[in-house]
Structures are given as C-alpha cells and as structure tokens.
Design a protein around this ligand. Structure first.
Ligand code: IMO
Ligand code: MG
Length: 424
C-alpha cells in the first residue's frame, strides 16, 4: 500500500517547497495541495526561466502527474484562471493534470476587500497579510457561511452568492477604509472565472485520494506557508488561517493519519519572515541585508522585502515535534557562501531566563543564544557530491542534524534541479 508523504515548511514560509516538490514529483504520480490558497508563492526554476505557482500544485510540470487541489484549500477563481493560462502558454496541458476538490472553498472579491479593511483597521498592529482574502475566506468556512466549488453547480448559486455578499457589505460598512480595487470590476471578472473552474475535473477529494493510494499511487502532499504560521501553533495572531502542520494534510485531503508515510521538513539554511510577528534571530543590519540580496529574499506573491536572520533551532525543533518530521531538507545553503562566520540560535533567553521552548507570548523579549561557526570558502552551487562540500559546511550541517535528531536527506545548493544533493 502506498503512503501519503508530506512536504512541509518548517519556518515562516518561503523555504523553497516548490523546488523540492518539483524535484520529488519525479517519484510521485500524484501531488496535492491541502491548505492555504494564493497567499502561497512556490517558485520553480528551469534553466533560465522560473515560474511562480500560487494555487496549482508544483507537480504540474511533470508529464503524466495528477495534481489535486484539496478540500482544505481556498481557491480564488481569477488567480487560478490567470495561473492556468500562464502554465498552458508554456505548452503544459493543465486541464489534463489538475483536479479540484468539490469541497474546496471559494475566495470571493469581498473576502479580499475584508482582508484589506481588517488590515487597515489594525494600523501598526497589522498582520502583514498577503491581502488575498485568506483570513476572511477561512472565517466563512469555519463560520459555516462559505461557498464551495461544488456549489458552483447548484441552481441557487447566484442567490447564495448575493446573500454572502450582503453579509460582507454589512461588515464592510462598519469600516472607514479605502477600497484597494473596484469591487464591480473584480466581481464581473470573478463571475466569468467561475465558469473556467467548471471546465476542470471536479472530484470528491477524499474518495479520490484514498482510491489513488489503494491503486498503488503514492501521493505527495505539498504544504504551503510554514509551521510557524500555523493557525494553532504559530505566533498567533501573526499567522495564516490554516493548519500548515502535518495534521492539516489529513483534514485537507481526507486521508487518515495512519496512511501518512514520510514527512519531509523543508528549511532554509537561515531564516526569513514576511509580514509582522516575532522573529528572534532577525538581523536588522548589514548582514541581514547581505542575506536578503544574496538570497533574493523578496516575496514571490507580494514583492515585499523579506525580513532575514540566522537559523533558529528552538523554532525548528518545535516544528519537527508538531509534525513528526522524518526527513530534513536544507534549502539555499549556497546563500551562506563567503560569510566569515555563520551563527545559529541554539536556545533563547526569554525575559532574562534561559529557555529552549518557543514562547506563547508573542510580545516576550526573546534574546537568541548563538553558536558560531566558521564560514566556508568556495561555491556550494558547483558541488555535485558529498566529497565536494567544504569541511566547515559539513560541520554546520552535522550540528543541525544532531540538534534536531534527524538526518538532512537533501541539500539544495542553488535554484536549479541539478543543484540538489540527495544524500545516503
Ligand atoms: P509560501 O507557501 C511566506 C504570511 C503573510 C502574513 C501571514 C498572514 O510561499 O511559503 P495571509 O495572507 O495568509 O493571511 O497572511 O502569513 N504568509 C506567507 N509568508 N510564505 C507564504 O507562503 C505565506 N503565506 C502567507 O506574509 O505574515
Ligand atoms: Mg512565498
């Protein structure tokens, strides 16, 4: 019996999940997204070109792959149509490769308006949301008001849409805010784009995933965002609105926990975060700027400069614990090439006391306790085997493995598929 294997971001998103799913997709006939929506930006590079996926799973560029947009996802019809058309323009038969869960929820134009209104009203305390309507769409899901992909096929869909829009309008009227776009224009486009969605294969995701596993087809579940943005375990309220941890793959695809096999935890060799919230190892100095420039740390979805800092072991340990990670995958190690020293937070001092846990209080005064490593010379991006790796870099990796009690199975040393070292 084949298993559902899961790829998760262990930090604050943007760990490089897209590249890894694209690399691993070779071994998986099925790739599925289980949570989040177009707040995700998963970049895939081929040769000189790159492509950013928002809603479509990163297996879409592999011939013959089945890509499922799971019930746990929130789908924006306009972004989805634009994305699919761009994929099709590359000669990829997107309709043959993508299936959509009937139970996935829809993002309405008014969800995006509410997201903007919420953020404006929070002022300095804003979450730094991607403004894609994610929070309001998930609120309607759990508040039992949402509209689902399956509802597009019901005769009273327009009435239900109008009812929900009226509820949103009542809420919006309580805000003093500047609308970031024209609702009429967005709505007219949205109505056309729901027809586009209807031209795809719509499935009962839970039956589909279980049947595929029974047929002997392994599924790779592609997480979006990161563990530290999980609605339960992240730095609430500076989080996204879905379950980004491994458990989310079960509810987001209708697969039982016992069917989960490997849990790949993806992390960058340093840290980044976009949006607000605690970031203990953040570097607001020239080193932070160097990481941002060398790592091209600007948002794939919003273009915002990402906050940067050193690796954070307590946060990684926490993410590994919550999701039962079995294999680690280190990304963008090449970005650290040429630094004289590389630091890792191996613990914290919280309000002056030594601590190895992620604190509940997002306003706590957290001071990282660093371990320093000697930097390495040379170009990791050119290494093609374990023997090519500089000794100092191997020491850095070995320390992380020991601290987390897990092997780093894949080292990504650059954006290209070829710059990936799969280790014994
Ligand atoms: P991928 O999948 C990084 C962040 C936003 C904000 C918070 C809430 O590419 O790693 P939301 O729009 O979800 O309500 O925003 O979460 N965020 C991400 N940060 N990568 C992402 O996705 C993110 N998706 C949301 O910046 O702080
Ligand atoms: Mg991103």
């Amino acid at each position: 019996m084949k298993t559902l294997d899961v790829v998760l971001g262990l930090q604050w998103g943007d760990e490089g999940k897209g590249k890894i799913v694209d690399v691993l997709a070779e071994r998986y006939p099925v790739v599925a997204r289980f949570q989040g929506g177009p707040n995700a930006g998963h970049s895939i590079h081929f040769g000189d070109t790159s492509f950013v996926l928002h809603s479509v799973p990163s297996g879409v560029f592999r011939k013959g792959a089945i890509n499922i947009i799971g019930n746990g996802v929130v789908l924006d019809p306009t972004i989805f149509r634009e994305e699919c058309e761009a994929i099709e323009a590359l000669g990829v038969p997107v309709r043959e490769r993508v299936r959509i869960a009937r139970r996935a929820h829809l993002i309405l134009p008014t969800h995006k308006m509410l997201d903007a209104a919420d953020e404006q009203s929070l002022g300095k305390g804003k979450i730094g949301s991607t403004l894609k309507g994610i929070g309001p769409a998930y609120s309607d899901k759990t508040g039992r008001n949402g509209l689902r992909v399956g509802d597009l096929f019901t005769p009273d869909f327009q009435e239900r849409y109008a009812t929900l829009k009226r509820k949103h309008a009542a809420r919006l009227s309580q805000y003093d805010f500047t609308a970031p776009f024209s609702l009429e224009t967005a709505e007219a486009q949205w109505m056309k784009d729901i027809e586009y969605i209807k031209s795809f294969e719509i499935v009962d995701c839970e039956y589909e995933t279980n049947a595929l596993l029974d047929e002997g087809k392994a599924i790779l579940a592609e997480g979006a965002q990161g563990s530290m943005l999980d609605v339960d375990f992240g730095s609430y309220p500076f989080v996204t609105s879905s379950s980004t941890a491994c458990a989310g793959a079960c509810t987001g695809l209708g697969v039982a926990p016992g069917r989960i096999g490997k849990v790949y935890g993806v992390f960058k060799a340093y840290c980044t975060r976009v949006g607000s919230g605690p970031f203990p190892t953040e570097l607001n100095d020239a080193t932070g700027e160097q990481l941002r420039q060398k790592g091209h740390e600007f948002g794939a979805t919003t273009g915002r400069p990402r906050r940067t800092g050193w690796l954070d072991i307590p946060a990684l340990k926490y993410a590994v614990m919550i999701s039962g990670v079995t294999d680690l995958i280190m990304m963008k190690a090449d970005v650290l090439d040429g630094f004289d020293t590389v630091k890792v937070a191996c613990g914290y001092r919280v309000d002056g006391k030594s601590c190895d846990r992620v604190p509940y209080d997002v306003y706590a005064d957290i001071e990282p306790v660093y371990k320093e490593f000697k930097g390495w010379k040379g170009n990791l991006g050119a290494c093609r085997s374990e023997d090519d790796l500089p000794r100092e870099f191997k020491e850095y990796v070995a320390y992380i493995e020991e601290a987390l009690g897990l092997p780093v199975r894949i080292l990504s040393l650059g954006p290209d598929r070829a710059q990936t070292l799969i280790r014994k």
